[in-house]
Design a protein around this ligand. Structure first.
Ligand code: DGJ
Length: 744
């Protein structure tokens, strides 16, 4: 008997059962993260998913992967110990040792009750050296979103070198993995691609420094077991908040575990961390849903409208931007005409784009003038203030464009401060769009940019909007400010410099709206958006292309921040002649704006726009603060794109449908709505159509019917579109049966 007992104990210990020392759980309203401190003092990742009522079985649940072949699922993987995966942390210690083995020390919990956030801080330390790592997990209770980042502190005898220093590490187990990610350049931003991950490594990254989201976006949706579906299946979605080189790795190992690491791109970025110093990695925002990608997006949107955007609870105004209307070719009168047009239509903000500055090197084209932020006296002899006042008198607010990180070779600034330009001595500094980048790692440049911003705001007390542009990326990297052996700090130095300027600006100008633009959507990420109210999604204002750009953007970023402008067609980027209604309907799915001269519109068009703007004002709170439900993806082979927003109380909703590719009248589709209350009766009103055509216009239909059967709005030709407003009424429901498709 005694013998048997001993055998059982040995067997249990040899398969690692009953060895957990401690479980550490961090919950949100619907989700749980479970970590384990094992008997060796390692911090392991055990669970991320729907909320667990009882986590204690983890204490006896066998860890299959602790055999001699495997790599344990650490909470923050390092190079060292038994790790063969891409390490989240890779360090060369002061004496050249390449290994790091993190040991759990203790943890703390902090609460921000006002915001509904719980912060878990785990204190880890290398087994051999006094190298400390803190893991921060912030749990946003109501939004079901986590944010992870780390702090690395060097208490060793001398400097250490950080090679990999990712913010985020997450091991995931599923049968199959489907990765949705984003690619594109100016005019094709946020194009969506879904791939099934195979074994090995797939990375999403940029090395461009600026315009960092013109190629890939630091965000993803990962569907487990099956391809992405709006309403079903497990999805992990994430976005890195960093405005420079990033890298997201998806490494599927030989055990079919997917190891996700994400953070600053290690590319040419070795970071020397001096003794006594700490480095904090940027935040990674992520969520999980077992109800498909729609739910995951809504979680991220809710988080963004709490903590991800600047001034997240303020309604965004309707903007008229001068760029596509006049480009560089304007004078005071033509701008006043635009302001008159804005006032007539009910537009709330006029933004004067590029071309208003420079005297020795006047900015009449993209050839010169960047850096000389003084009003061009020839073009605008009465200055900015008189224009801003003119707008104010018309009831329109005033905004202005800047590109403060850049300098033209032909500018006073470039002559005065050649040492501020990003370049390498003895190598040519390549031009893009005839401009160079200022070295923001240099504190003198940070001061210059802050002062430039400040001086532009001093041009008038009535400037309430800034469009912050950045029209090139960084190559041939070199800083005359950074020492020769710290050139690899440039990327971080630049970004920290940028954030430092933003902080100073936000302290002095808390109420100014600042739009982020980088040749369109080249800086669409949560590092920038923390300081900005909205982003310019693309210079491509073609309404057909916009279906894809805005759909992609809104998988991760909310509509309230998505600059979507109605423009005149054809224009520089837009050759397709699409009806004004379709263009306006598409712009109304985001933060509405305009790019045109009023003179370019027909009388009928301007009447219709005026009415649509009025209608948008009445429903924009639903678009900007409601829940997004994607009904049909523009990538769907049906040729339709449909979406809707539903107010949080489910009483009001806006539905949109667009025909992108008409496949014959027999192929028109029925759209089942989503997000409504099945018990409420909704009265339907067609918007932006002087002669409503929808058969259900004015009718009251039960939510149950709209959700289960839906309707066919009969868009029977390419570029037809419809916008419907649904409002819950207390009247009895009149169930309208689905009408057959009429022959065109
Ligand atoms: C690029 C932006 O994307 C455009 O909207 C416009 O502001 C131009 N720059 C101005 O140079």
């Amino acid at each position: 008997m005694k013998r048997n007992f001993i055998i059982i104990i040995l067997t249990l210990s040899s398969i690692s059962v009953l060895r957990c020392a401690e479980l550490i759980t961090l919950n949100t309203n619907k989700l749980s993260t479970v970590l384990e401190v094992d008997d060796k003092g390692r911090l392991l990742h055990r669970y991320f998913g729907n909320k667990l009522v009882d986590t204690s079985p983890f204490l006896s649940k066998m860890l299959y992967r602790t055999t001699e072949y495997g790599t344990p699922n650490e909470a923050y993987s390092t190079m060292g110990g038994k790790n063969f995966r891409e390490p989240a942390l890779r360090i060369t210690h002061f004496d050249g040792d390449l290994n790091t083995e993190l040991q759990y020390n203790r943890h703390e919990r902090h609460f921000d009750n006002e915001k509904g956030i719980e912060i878990l801080v785990l204190f880890l330390r290398d087994k051999k050296y006094p190298l400390e790592v803190k893991l921060f997990y912030k749990a946003y209770y109501k939004e079901n979103v986590y944010v992870m980042y780390t702090e690395i502190t060097n208490h060793e005898e001398d400097n250490v070198v950080l090679h990999n220093y990712y913010s985020f590490y997450l091991p995931v187990d599923a049968r199959q993995y489907y990765l949705t990610h984003f690619y594109g350049i100016a005019t094709t931003e946020m194009s969506v691609e879904e791939i099934r991950l195979t074994h090995g490594m797939k990375s999403i990254e940029t090395r461009k420094g600026i315009r960092s989201t013109h190629s890939e976006n630091p965000s993803f949706l990962l569907s487990l077991n099956n391809p992405m579906n709006e309403n079903n299946g497990e999805v992990i979605a994430g976005a890195l908040a960093w405005s420079n080189n990033f890298k997201l790795n998806f490494e599927l190992d030989e055990f079919n575990t997917l190891n996700i690491s994400a953070g600053i791109n290690p590319y040419a970025g070795e970071y020397h961390l001096a003794t006594g110093k700490s480095f904090v990695t940027p935040p990674m925002v992520y969520t999980y849903s077992s109800n498909g990608s729609g739910d995951a997006s809504r979680n991220l949107h809710d988080w963004a409208r709490k903590d991800g955007l600047y001034a997240p609870t303020e309604i965004r105004p309707i903007v008229l931007n001068s760029w596509e209307g006049v480009y560089f070719d304007f004078n005071e009168q033509s701008l006043k005409d635009m302001i008159d047009g804005a006032a007539y239509l009910g537009i709330e903000m006029f933004v004067l784009d590029d071309g208003w500055f420079g005297n020795n090197y006047p900015r009449n084209s993209a050839r010169m003038g960047l850096g000389d932020w003084q009003v061009n006296r020839k073009k605008l002899p009465n200055g900015i203030d008189s224009l801003a006042k003119y707008a104010k008198n018309k009831g329109v607010k005033f905004g202005i464009w800047i590109e403060p990180e850049m300098v033209s070779p032909e500018s006073d600034l470039a002559k005065r401060h050649p040492e501020w330009i990003v370049k390498v001595e003895g190598r040519e500094a390549p031009l893009r769009r005839n401009q160079w980048v200022l070295d923001l790692s240099n504190p003198a440049v940070q001061d210059f940019i802050f002062n430039a911003f400040d001086s532009v705001l001093q041009l008038s007390n009535d400037i309430s909007y800034i469009k912050w542009d950045a029209n090139r990326h960084i190559e041939s990297v070199g800083s005359s400010w950074l020492p020769a052996d710290r050139q690899s700090h440039f990327w971080i130095g630049y970004t920290e410099g940028l954030y430092n300027v933003y902080e100073r600006i936000r302290k002095k100008y808390p109420h100014v709206i600042i739009q982020v633009c980088s040749s369109g959507g080249g800086r669409v990420e949560y590092g920038s958006l923390k300081y900005h109210q909205d982003f310019w999604a693309s210079d491509n204002t073609d309404a057909f292309s916009r279906a894809f750009i805005q759909y992609g953007s809104n998988l991760i970023y909310p509509a309230i921040a998505t600059g979507a402008h109605f423009s005149h067609v054809p224009n520089r980027h837009t050759k397709r002649i699409i009806p004004a209604k379709f263009r306006m309907d598409m712009a109304m799915t985001g933060r509405l704006g305009f790019e045109m001269k009023l003179q370019d519109l027909t009388g009928e068009e301007s009447q219709n726009l005026k009415k649509a703007i009025k209608e948008y004002k009445e429903i924009r709170d639903i678009i900007q603060f409601g829940d997004l439900y994607r009904i049909v993806s523009p990538y769907d082979e049906s040729g339709y794109y449909a979406l809707m927003y539903v107010s949080k109380d489910k009483r009001r909703s806006v539905f949109y449908a667009f025909c992108l590719d008409y496949k014959g009248y027999l192929s028109t589709v029925n759209f089942k709505l989503n997000g409504l209350d099945d018990n409420k009766n909704y009265t339907i009103t067609e918007l932006n159509n002087p002669k409503p055509v929808f058969w259900g216009n004015g009718k009251t239909i039960k939510g149950d019917f709209l959700l289960k059967e839906g309707f066919n709005p009969q868009l029977q030709n390419i570029y037809q579109s419809i916008v419907l407003y649904l409002e819950a009424s207390d009247s009895n429901s009149e169930i309208i049966s689905h009408k057959p498709v009429k022959k065109p």
